[in-house]
Design a binder for this molecule. Structure first.
Ligand code: ADP
Ligand code: MG
Length: 393
């Protein structure tokens, strides 16, 4: 009943088939993949230098391809859910001039990664992309695409292999070439994710701590609301700016440095909205540390309660939820065996994440289907491995 998604080997087969169609019968030399992610708790904390607790998903972006002798690049995406041409051709500059963003827009993620690759110059190549991460669904298809491409380039021309720098290069690619001022979480977990582990990331020091989440009696259900309200684009930079303003009024480098007491003391210098936004961030950072500790102790009920508090704070204080996400969370929480549920990702649509007993999975999906006014998509997941090279048959 739970919706299934293609396995890594099915994606590789799809990509190889398209590779053969586009480039003749020649087989690709290399295959790699990088996962999408779901954030279990710690929302809108990453760009405030706080903590996040994501895990890598079994949903991945696969890249297969080969180096060529010249400076030509051809990339084809198998994914049909883009209105743009699915093939792009460009030439790598040899005079040191930058590879500028352009159309199709999806190719900018690839160009950005080439531009920030840590062992330039990149050789010419042909590649095909196939992904099971929904595009624009809040599970970070963009970071999985960047990290998969970086991993692909590492196969063609190795860099020094430093994983943190790899994630940072992919984040820069998204900043400079996709124009999205994202935090570090998505690329980090796509690079460093481990099977059976969530990853507590300190977005200030970039230190990571693995948090075991490999209980066979436990599952993570992701429910895609399949809505995306157009607010997303404008609201995200506005939230970021307001957090920066709040931090500077409090005399801090970031809201990570601030306490609820600081906020109280500055109350008359902050307008209501800024105050609510800052309160969410300060409390959510603390909640995330607490939640990671609960998970380490196997205290799933406690963890679930923190998930719900996080959702309520995102809805009421940060105001990035929407009717559909609230409906999905309420429906999940009505089912016995569900520990907690919350919206995940930037908000205004996208997905919810639910921690539940494995034995409750079927009834939870059924109940959400009955209660949700839209058409949801479900992904039943456990924490999975980060980016990796794949062996080709
Ligand atoms: P999310 O990262 O939550 O999925 P984004 O808007 O950040 O949403 O990134 C989605 C964009 O990433 C797509 O619109 C497309 O440009 C690009 N993208 C991601 N995966 C692919 C893919 N497999 N093929 C082509 N483009 C992709
Ligand atoms: Mg993204």
């Amino acid at each position: 009943m739970a919706s299934s998604f293609p396995s890594v080997s099915e994606l590789v087969s799809d990509a190889r088939r398209v590779y053969a169609q586009v480039f003749g019968d020649e087989a690709p030399q290399t295959a790699v993949c990088a996962p999408g992610r779901v954030n279990l708790i710690g929302e809108h904390t990453d760009y405030n230098q706080g903590f996040v607790l994501p895990m890598a998903l079994p949903l991945v972006t696969v890249v297969v391809g080969s180096q060529t002798s010249g400076q030509d690049v051809t990339v084809v995406t198998v994914n049909e859910d883009t209105d743009e041409p699915r093939r792009v051709d460009f030439i790598l500059p040899t005079d040191g001039s930058p590879l500028a963003p352009g159309l199709p827009s999806w190719a900018n993620y690839v160009k950005g990664v080439i531009e920030h690759y840590r062992a330039p110059p990149v050789p010419g190549f042909r590649a095909v992309i196939a992904s099971s991460v929904p595009l624009g669904g809040g599970l970070s298809s963009s970071a999985s695409l960047e990290v998969a491409f970086y991993t692909f380039l590492q196969q063609l021309k190795p860099d020094d292999g430093d994983k943190v720098s790899k994630a940072v290069a992919c984040q820069k690619a998204e900043h400079t070439h996709a124009g999205v001022p994202c935090g570090i979480m998505d690329q980090f977990v796509s690079v460093l994710g481990r099977e059976g582990q969530a990853l507590l990331i300190d977005c200030r020091s970039l230190e990571t701590t693995s948090v075991p989440l490999a209980d066979p009696g436990l599952l993570i259900l992701i429910t895609n609301s399949n809505v995306k309200h157009s607010l997303t684009g404008s609201e995200y930079p506005m939230r970021r700016r307001r957090c920066q303003q709040a931090a500077s009024i409090l005399g801090k480098d970031s809201l990570r440095e601030a306490t609820m007491q600081d906020l109280e003391e500055a109350r008359d210098r902050l307008d209501d909205v800024t105050c609510r936004r800052a309160r969410h961030v300060i409390e959510e950072i603390e909640r995330t540390v607490h939640a990671a500790d609960a998970l380490k102790r196997g205290a799933y009920k406690e963890f679930g309660k923190l998930m719900v508090e996080s959702h309520n704070s995102l809805r009421d204080l940060y105001e990035v939820s929407c009717r559909e996400l609230d409906e999905l969370v309420s429906a999940a929480l009505e089912v016995e065996g569900v520990f907690g549920s919350r919206m995940t990702g930037g908000g205004f649509g996208g997905c919810t994440v639910t921690l539940l007993q494995a034995s409750a999975i079927d009834r939870t999906i059924l109940h959400i289907q009955e209660r949700y006014s839209g058409t949801p998509t479900f992904y039943v997941t456990t924490p999975s491995e980060g980016a990796r090279a794949l062996s080709l048959p």
